[in-house]
Design a protein around this ligand. Structure first.
Ligand code: NAD
Length: 258
């Protein structure tokens, strides 16, 4: 079923670790041409790309700080220069950006969280659209934008994470608009909304807090990045999901059923 991912050109932001890295590994194993990204420019990340490609596909690292619009533009241009186009954009880079209660939120914190989770996805999608449109026209199949949303975008987020949660709800909603604007171009937009996934995202939590959270999940445990990866492949594959757009897939072990 996933055979149509072979040679597909897939750009995944924030993919040097965690959820993005697991997705990159799965796409490469399916024979895709994968661009991995982090904000650092460092030769060790070229080695990471080469290591992923050992299981198949072609993988290259592109350093870019996606909070900056100019770097989003350069990231898309560099990826296209290397692979000749884009079939799938995955807006995965994101994060809490710290925790602040409402009364401590200032302009700097607001910009930091919104740039990381909202501006990044908006600008990357903007710069990728002409390439996605062109690839869809050439292939006669849909191309795809997939963004990593969050359970927080559904339920408001944990303590101090109001802006993070709001930025993910923003992302969930802006996709709905893009469906209206770009379905005529054969581009699909879907969200994967993870629950609590065991990555460095949760590094600030004590064992006690982790246990409490695990207890709130029907499956009684955090998810793994590897358990999320197949959902990205599903939305990227025209054969699997060519008639699915504007949807949010919650991958959360039963933590919430919206
Ligand atoms: P992670 O911290 O393990 O990985 C984040 C990745 O983003 C890294 O590769 C990092 O280098 C990259 N990154 C960070 N800032 C960047 C920037 N400015 N420019 C480019 N790259 C940047 O996090 P994760 O848990 O794998 O999270 C991935 C996505 O999943 C995020 O959007 C996050 O909000 C979302 N998410 C995570 C969870 C969870 O429980 N882990 C839950 C819901 C949503």
């Amino acid at each position: 079923m996933f055979n149509d991912l072979k040679d597909k050109r897939v750009l995944i932001t924030g993919s040097t670790k965690g959820i993005g890295l697991a997705a990159a590994q799965a796409f490469a194993a399916a024979g895709a041409k994968v661009g991995i990204n982090g904000h650092r420019h460092d030769a060790s990340l070229d080695k990471l790309a080469a290591g992923i490609a050992k299981n198949g596909g072609e993988v290259a690292y592109f350093g870019a700080d996606v909070t900056k619009s100019a770097e989003c533009e350069a990231l898309v241009a560099n990826f296209v220069e290397r692979f000749g186009g884009i079939d799938v954009l995955i807006n995965n880079a994101g994060g809490l950006g710290g925790r602040q209660g409402l009364e401590n939120i200032d302009d700097e914190f607001y910009d930091h969280v919104m740039d990381l989770n909202a501006r990044s996805a908006l600008m990357l999608t903007k710069f990728a659209i002409p390439h996605l449109r062109h690839a869809a026209k050439q292939s006669g199949k849909t191309t795809s934008v997939i963004s990593t949303g969050s359970i927080a975008g559904r339920e408001g987020g944990g303590p101090g994470a109001s802006l993070y949660a709001a930025s993910k709800a923003w992302l969930h909603n802006v996709h709905r608009n893009w469906v209206k604007e770009f379905t005529k171009d054969n581009i699909r937009f879907n969200i994967i909304a993870p629950g609590t996934i065991d990555t460095v995202f949760h590094a600030d939590k004590s064992a006690e807090v982790r246990e409490k959270i695990a207890g709130s999940i029907a499956m009684g445990r955090f998810g793994t990045s590897e358990e999320l990866a197949p959902s990205f492949l599903f939305f990227a594959s025209h054969a699997c999901s060519g008639y699915i757009t504007g949807q949010i897939l919650d991958v959360n072990g039963g933590q919430m059923a919206p």
